[in-house]
Design a protein around this ligand. Sequence first.
Ligand code: COA
Length: 373
Amino acid sequence: METTQSPRVLDAPIAHGLEGIVVAQTKLSHVDGEQGRLVIAGHDVEQLAGSRTFEDVCALLWSLSGDPAEHVVELLGAARMKAFAILPLLGDALRQPVAMDALRTALSHLPESASAAQLVGAAAVFTAAWQRTQAGKAPLAPNAALPHGRDLLAMLGLDASPMHAAGLDAYLVTVADHGLNASTFAARVIASTGADRVSAVVGAVGALKGPLHGGAPGPVLDMLDTIGDSARAEDVLRAQLGRGERIMGMGHRIYRVRDPRALVLERAVERFESELTRSNAANGDTRQRLALARAVERSSERLLAERQPSRALRANVEFYTAVLLEALGLSRELFSAVFACSRMLGWTAHYSEQRATGRLIRPASTYVGKWPT
Ligand code: COA
């Protein structure tokens, strides 16, 4: 077909990666990348982690998003029981070898009507059941009376002492929400189409799986294992960068200083380690791991500053996530799924916020392909 008109294309500047583009208003959380500050529901993350429970943070966020926010311990307990009851209906979902794939498939079995609490409860049950299935063991039933994080440890067959539960809770609180990160944006895009909450969080799990987002903490531990001894850190990291590989757990799209969650989680490991010492439990591994992580962080910072002097590349949340979750006994294959167990809270709150106020999110592209001749 012959065209008589010259093609018309949008020639607006392209916001690759959507950096600096504001597409929503939110009351849920605020990330200040210059100051290194994270505010969740009106509280600095440092105030929340270690002093408020995951259930408290659920109540804070859901009361802002209009989701049921009363009696959260009971809501989540009931949600875990309900999710456990449907495990037999999941078919082979839990046999998938990658936890995030299993979680994505399992969640999509939930009915469209699933509430925010049901999704948070289900994420923990499915994650724990995946781990047990992979180990050739039967899933462990939840205990609805326990706090959510403590029950997650118990369902994983791990030490669920109050000390361990407090460590996991500090993590769940710290990563529950974080502005318009990639997976939350994915959830909001899906919410903006009018689709159901389950579809939104299934999409979000897919986004979180990527190594540039929630897939980094496992590789952080692999890197610490490869380095082994802090004296080797500089050489190993230099070689890694020389091969064009990124250092996992370093750098962030928004933060121009150290991610405040890195400090919160580093302190949580420190607290856990000293409580282990006080209770005379074996703690050598955690102490050594923390020392190695700190040395690797320092070397990484130095090398990245050499290579990118104009761009501060500092530790992000994933760096000490890896150290904390390992200290609590979680295997690295579970890290991203446990991240999803917490971030499910943020996704559900953003879903409701987007549905209440949002307009279809539909950006534009500039066509650079062939035109019909
Ligand atoms: N290791 C090595 N180089 C890195 C790096 C890292 N961890 N993070 C960023 N860089 C480099 C980039 O390659 C880029 O270099 P270039 O300009 O020569 O291409 C430069 O630093 C600037 O990158 P930037 O624009 O700040 O990164 P981004 O916003 O595109 O990416 C991340 C942010 C998080 C994806 C990135 O820092 C990264 O890949 N980190 C490792 C993965 C990780 O820890 N993910 C968890 C995030 S919470």
